[in-house]
Design a protein. Structure first.
Length: 462
């Protein structure tokens, strides 16, 4: 615990997505527990939707609401990516950029010791530098995904040798060890387009590059036991310290208790027999993908608990008669589900996931092998790393368009969860579970991270 005269003031400024807001909040809570003051900055609606913090931390974490400016084409009630629907995410970035003046004024008046920021505010590092504020890019993505992007100065100066989408389908030349880290053909269009200027006036690639290049240090949600060589490579590429924050697993006791219907159903299943299926809070899959996934689960014969978001998928979209045919061994849950609590149940033996890093952490911390179906952003890269570590297997897909069918879903589920050939995945995921589920180990990374912040601040004040 820091002495009062050594207490830091740390600003948190995450991107407007709950997959970003929550890790920033978790880090805020740990920093506050160490005796420091945190100001967490976001929009009014997002702050209202965050999980409540313990009363013991309420005096140490201050939530500062900044209202987004009106942007033509962006409805007024949209404050996070989960609100976007069919609206253009680049307009939300443009609104986020509109917070620059108000944030700058707050920083000038408060002069905090540190600011931790996300991938989007490319304009922020120079402001912090001018004010003498220590600054860190806090990555909620794993080190391997960042290393794949290469050195930031290469992106800024336009010297990236990858000039076509196909160039991203092979490992980049700066990876010095054997790895298959690359996008599939059907994924490469996204990463290639990330280098193009969007309606916000700035490309995602340049946002990320300026945020990392302008940082004093990079904090990354990862641990050396899982991605040690990637962390070292990232440090070499960016030529600045990269400090692992650990994987920051959520605490089970803080999660809402299981719905009685969910618990009763899980209690009636054999240990390790249930496949948990969920694709996060924002992913929208097509009708064909939904149909093939449903029929694949049916073909597999494996008991499953499938969380379908009510706002984007409805009962009418499922194949005719599907729910009736699987009612003895499958649950389709159409509202929010306590994912961490379900994954902790002894009847769960596998996780069919879109490979968002937070979801992967939650599955692996309980030692569950993964059936992987990545769709967006860096989830394909995460799936490649997990595949190399044999903690999961990707559903076989068409390389060019990313399509998959019921047979490939069923085959992957059966192999990973039931067949002898899948023993290696079940074994390796349990081994990783011992690392991800080791609270003392993971917290030790956070202790070192805060110690680093304290030492830097002390040295600046001498």
């Amino acid at each position: 615990m820091a002495r009062e005269d050594q207490s830091l003031h740390v600003i948190m400024f995450p991107w407007l997505a709950f997959g970003h807001l929550i890790p920033f909040l978790e880090l805020s809570k740990f920093i506050a527990q160490k005796g420091h003051k945190v100001t967490f900055i976001s929009t009014p609606k997002n702050i209202a939707r965050l999980p409540k913090i313990l009363s013991t931390l309420s005096s140490s974490i201050i939530f500062l609401s900044l209202s987004l400016p009106r942007i033509e084409g962006l409805p007024e009630n949209i404050e996070a990516t989960v609100d976007l629907g069919t609206h253009d995410a680049s307009l939300l970035k443009k609104a986020y950029d509109g917070l620059e003046t108000e944030l700058t004024l707050f920083l000038q008046n408060s002069l905090p010791d540190w600011i931790l920021y996300d991938f989007a505010p490319f304009w922020l590092p120079p402001i912090a530098t001018k004010l003498g504020i220590s600054k860190s890019f806090f990555s909620i993505y794993p080190a391997s995904s960042l290393a794949f992007s290469g050195p930031s100065n290469m992106v800024i100066h336009g010297t990236d040798p990858r000039t076509k989408a196909e160039d991203f389908t092979v490992p980049p030349p700066w990876i010095p060890f054997d790895s298959k880290l690359a996008f599939k053909v059907h994924e490469s269009k996204w990463i290639f387009n990330a280098g193009h200027v969007d309606r916000s006036g700035v490309s995602d690639a340049h946002r990320y590059a300026h945020c990392t290049m302008g940082a004093d240090v990079i904090f990354v949600r990862q641990c050396n036991e899982f991605e040690g060589r990637w962390i070292k490579l990232l440090e070499d590429l960016q030529k600045k310290p990269v400090i692992p924050a650990g994987i920051m697993p959520l605490r089970l006791e803080e999660n809402i208790l299981c719905n009685i219907d969910i618990k009763e159903w899980l209690d009636n299943q054999r240990n390790g027999s249930v496949l948990y299926v969920a694709f996060g809070s924002e992913l929208r899959i097509t009708q064909n993908q939904l149909t093939e996934l449903a029929l694949g689960l049916e073909l597999s014969g494996v008991p499953f608990f499938w969380v379908l978001r009510k706002s984007t998928e409805s009962m009418e979209l499922l194949p005719d008669g599907f729910e009736e045919r699987v009612k003895e061994r499958g649950i389709i849950w159409r509202s929010w589900a306590p994912q961490l609590r379900i994954l902790s149940h002894e009847s769960v033996g596998g996780f069919l996931t879109h490979c968002g890093w937070s979801s992967v952490i939650e599955g692996l911390m309980f030692g569950h092998p993964l059936i992987m179906l990545p769709f967006v952003i860096d989830t394909g890269l995460i799936a490649r790393v997990l595949g190399e570590k044999l903690v999961g297997m990707e559903v076989r897909r068409n390389e060019r368009d990313g399509s998959f069918n019921r047979n490939s879903v069923a085959e992957t589920v059966e192999l990973v969860m039931v067949k002898n050939e899948g023993k290696i995945y079940r074994k390796k995921s349990k081994e990783v579970g011992k690392i991800f589920g080791d609270r003392e180990l993971q917290d030790s990374y956070l202790h070192k991270l805060v110690d680093y912040m304290e030492k830097i601040t002390t040295s600046k004040k001498k």
